[in-house]
Design a protein around this ligand. Sequence first.
Ligand code: FEO
Ligand code: CA
Ligand code: CA
Length: 643
Amino acid sequence: MSAPKDDFIDPDDVGVNVSGEPSIGELIERRLNRRDALRGFAGLGAVAALGNPFSVSTAEAQAAGPSSLTFKELAHTLDATQHVSEGYDMQVLIRWGDPILAGAPAFDPAELTAAAQEKQFGYNNDYLGLYPVPAGSGSGDRFLMVANHEYTNPNLMFAGLGSGRDAALKASKEQVAIEMASVGGAVIEIARDGSGWKVVPDSKFARRITATTAMEFSGPAAGHDKLKTSADPAGTKVFGTFGNCAGGSTPWGTWLTCEENFNFYFGGDPAKLADAELAKRYGVGRAANAWSRHVDRFDFDKEPNEPNRFGWVVEIDPYDPTSTPIKRTALGRFKHEGCTYALAKDGRVVFYSGDDERFEYVYRFVTSRPWNPNDRAANKNLLDDGTLSVARFNADGKVEWLPLVQGQGPLTAENGFATQGDVLVKTRLAADLLKPTPMDRPEDIETNPVNGRVYVVLTNNGLRKADQVDRANPRAVNDHGHILEIAPKDGDHASAEGTWSIFLLAGKPGQDAGARYHRATSDNGWLSCPDNIAFDSKGRIWIVTDGAPSAAGVADGVYGADTTGFGRALTRCFYQAPTGAEVCGPIFTPDDSTLFLAIQHPGEDRGSTFEKPSTRWPDFKDNTPPRPSVIAITRKGGGTIGS
Ligand code: FEO
Ligand code: CA
Ligand code: CA
């Protein structure tokens, strides 16, 4: 079972693709033996192409010292604080409410104001990115760090609201203004000295992005009728970003922050929705917080198009705090988990992005032109021109990328797609027509820098029924998730196809049907609900989780594994988060000496309140609620993380 969060708005676990399209695997499954499908590996072309991760005998594995990761594994536990493997140090780098802009007041949980919050580190840190300072330098001791601030927990931020969903709906106008100032993102400057990592005070780069920051649309959907509002009759300017889950970088050193669960911020009378089909397909209709009660533009009775202005990838230049963030419409509109790049052989840039909802799809965007490594400014609008595609994972181990291009196939005016802007504003509806594979909640998608393969993290899908099982989503009631591995054809990320295999099926071996790892994985090494991943420079995967079975005493954490060799898919537990928290934003310094993590929503447990939270991590001070924070993990005495 996933963590019980039933009295919460769990912004990562609401909604489902109700488009009614049968799973591609449904047809395939009718021809397959069910037991064989659950085994998941035998007899597939993909296995031949990528190698069977479980073919290593125990004797061989032991002789080889199965994992290259030598840290001492943590036993599964769950308590009010965090834990890391013996021999490592943890340092809290920055917390919600810490000052980052000049003139910011110190954090005072009894006196929160929107004006203070706009100058302080925001709430619920998720994605983290690192950019060297000065740009292009390689010292590794000074970076700009960007952080997404995904959403808020009003029950833990404010006194007197109680717990759960009602708390969010009860927030006052002033509290909503604080919430709006605490989401979005932040840019901070960090530097390493003899005592560890520090935030550089009053950095000229420091910036907060919030739900009111002025932004622009660009690309084919800019100016689209469905983006026009009374505040923006041209459909080209937009205010703010929220639901910023994961993200990515570009090769030219900009930050991509992704709008994920934007639909919950909008309320009104569903009967009055201007485009009911579109709203339904994106889950717009029922507010999960109080924003629409206090701010007109979040009330879709008053501004029917405002929801369409979210669900995009936003590009921000972290080196220029005066720059205008741009919503890049060419990358499509859905619940973007993240957006990470790989380079095609010809220098074009390929961005992978998952739509994180049950039975949603995996996407890819390929720029029309190569990027220019010698002229940063030449890449400025590279994200406005390219091809968005959606993935179909075939039972024979082949993955096909199906282009979402107006005029091609069913994407015609007769079907409601008269322009490419239509395709992009209504990406999910356009994708449905191409019959891609509905997945078990696509979260992070990242390319391994060593083996070039693409790892697609599928966090869970408890709603998949037995007759919806397919080869790429091989379990019904998938409470624990799994990870796919794609090898692009000819090693080229722009190829129209590739091969896929399953890297691991999460859950507890021997308890959860179909759980599969390396056979030497210990009782501590199994994991549940993988979310974001990072690769170290040796190509080893580090998996962070969101939704570990807390009822069974298992915290969300960090698990490392080799991706090749005898230790492939032998996951080992490295870090555990405080109760209620998920782990986000894993990123290594280029020398692998520091692993930064974003510890999100500590204390988000059933019944937890400002007055009586389930943890007061990291301050553990009376009257101070838990604070989402970024931490830095280093090895005692220095050296590479993991081994
Ligand atoms: Fe915000 Fe998909 O996790
Ligand atoms: Ca998640
Ligand atoms: Ca996530």
